[in-house]
Design a protein around this ligand. Structure first.
Ligand code: GLC
Length: 464
């Protein structure tokens, strides 16, 4: 008797709660954000269509694709015989780096300097941005006392660039919060050369322009010949892979050996034509609407480090507004855009009580209830897993496209490196989608820098 009264009471309270929350429950919201195997198979089919269309010879077909499938002109992975001293530049995220790299057989040494890339510079103009880069290079070569040597430079510029050759390429569109005027539709190598000349710097010779995905693939391929895909999971996300020329209908160069070329997919833009609308949620739409490039980089905005924390924040704020989290208390800090850093997602996913407490304190929650901590853990888990599953489905589509049952994927980027569970989520999704295949995720140590130097090395050897 008492049991059924209690049961009735619990049910009544639950119904009342659902009534006041308009039917929103934590489980219901999180279920919308969870992707089934069938969802991922559908995503693979869609991205494969886009990849094929993006490689087509005729423009009409290419325009159907949301992803650019850019040809890189990098056709060889390193042989291991490269050698020499190189400069490398790495521009593409929250930091900018200059590196001095020595390649000897079986050994690479690097010396680098990281310079912050302020929001002001990111949103300035071509001359301001490239003058700053040139100045950093000049100071660096002086500091390292190599200013009197002619140094070949590899430039990792991690944005969508339509390559015209290995040493020239036009920025198609800024991504990741960059908006500096006068750079889109311009050759970024010319902009850099002009800035170096303004600084009276004549000893630097730009011999290679690469995307970070290509750099990552190259740096890992130097160690392991099985590497055929490069992946970035950092501020942004993107992948590249080695494609057979016969599949690149838009290739206009000679069909000579090696009959292959690296394709920079620019998959961050997948879904820009509406093809992902069936899995996008209100949170994804809000992140996009508040961004500097609404309507662009839809896939990237569901996955990468620049946006993951913000999606988690939006889910939390929504649940708080329904009284389902933190007792309905919305602190000023959590209410503010971009205040839930992606680093916090890693902290929560680590499961370490000190890291979790610190995050909650930083968000203004001094009193912490076990129930709230559990819910926050659930939210971070679901959102991280969603991102990892989306990226893995993209990879699975590439693996199928190149027909390899065994391959190694070179991975770089702060999200992948710092998130304690991202790799595990990806590994289990890859085996779910590609049963029987052997796919290895290989962490690239400083792929962008090393890779730019290796491309420079391969290129300067081709010149001699
Ligand atoms: C963005 C850029 C792309 C880059 C990726 C990772 O998606 O458009 O070129 O590779 O971020 O940095």
């Amino acid at each position: 008797m008492l049991g059924s009264v209690v049961h009735f009471g619990v049910q009544f309270i639950q119904r009342l709660r659902t009534y006041f929350t308009n039917g929103v429950t934590v489980e219901g919201q999180l279920a919308k954000l969870t992707l089934s195997k069938d969802d991922l198979i559908k995503q693979m089919k869609l991205i494969t269509e886009d990849m094929n269309n993006g490689l087509a010879a005729d423009e009409e077909t290419r325009l159907k694709s949301s992803i650019a499938m850019l040809v890189t002109y990098v056709r060889n992975t390193p042989s291991g015989k490269e050698s020499g001293d190189f400069l490398a530049l790495d521009l593409g995220g929250t930091n900018f780096r200059v590196l001095l790299i020595s390649i000897e057989q079986n050994h690479i040494t690097m010396d680098s300097k990281v310079m912050p890339m302020s929001k002001d510079l990111m949103t300035s103009d071509a001359v301001t941005l490239f003058d700053y880069i040139a100045e950093c290079i000049c100071n660096f070569v002086k500091e390292k006392n190599v200013q009197d040597k002619v140094l070949p430079l590899g430039f990792t510029f991690s944005f969508p660039v339509k390559m015209l050759s290995l040493t020239s390429g036009v920025l198609v569109k800024w991504t990741k919060g960059f908006t500096a005027s006068g750079v889109e539709n311009k050759d970024v190598v010319v902009l850099l050369k002009e800035a170096l000349l303004r600084k009276k710097e004549y000893m630097i010779e730009i011999v290679g322009l690469v995307n970070d995905t290509t750099g990552t693939l190259m740096s890992c391929a130097w160690e392991d010949q099985e590497v055929t895909i490069g992946l970035i999971l950092g501020t942004g996300t993107n992948a590249c892979y080695m494609e057979r020329l016969e599949n690149v209908a838009k290739w206009t160069g000679k069909i000579d050996e090696p009959k292959q070329v690296i394709i920079n997919t620019e998959w961050g833009a997948f879904g820009d034509n509406g093809s992902l609308d069936w899995i996008r949620t209100e949170y994804d739409r809000e992140v996009d609407a508040n961004s500097l490039n609404p309507g662009n980089q839809i896939f990237e905005k569901m996955i990468s480090g620049m946006y993951l924390g913000e999606i988690v924040r939006l889910v939390c704020v929504h649940l708080i507004s329904k009284g389902l989290l933190f007792g309905g208390l919305c602190t000023e800090k959590i209410a503010k855009r971009e205040n839930f850093l992606t680093k916090y997602v890693s902290d929560i996913e680590s499961g370490q009580p000190e890291r979790i407490n610190k995050v909650l304190q930083e968000l203004g929650y001094d009193e912490q209830k076990a129930e709230d901590v559990d819910r926050l853990k659930q939210i971070c888990h679901v959102m991280s897993e969603r991102a990892a599953r989306l990226a893995s489905a993209g990879l699975a589509a590439i693996v199928k496209k190149i027909g390899r049952s065994c391959c190694t994927i070179a991975v770089d980027g702060s999200l992948f490196k710092k998130h304690p569970k991202f790799k595990t989520y990806m590994e289990s999704t890859l085996s779910e989608l590609l049963p029987g295949n052997t796919i290895k995720l290989m962490l690239s140590e400083d792929g962008s820098g090393k890779g730019a130097a290796l491309v420079a090395a391969v290129a300067s050897q081709q010149q001699t």
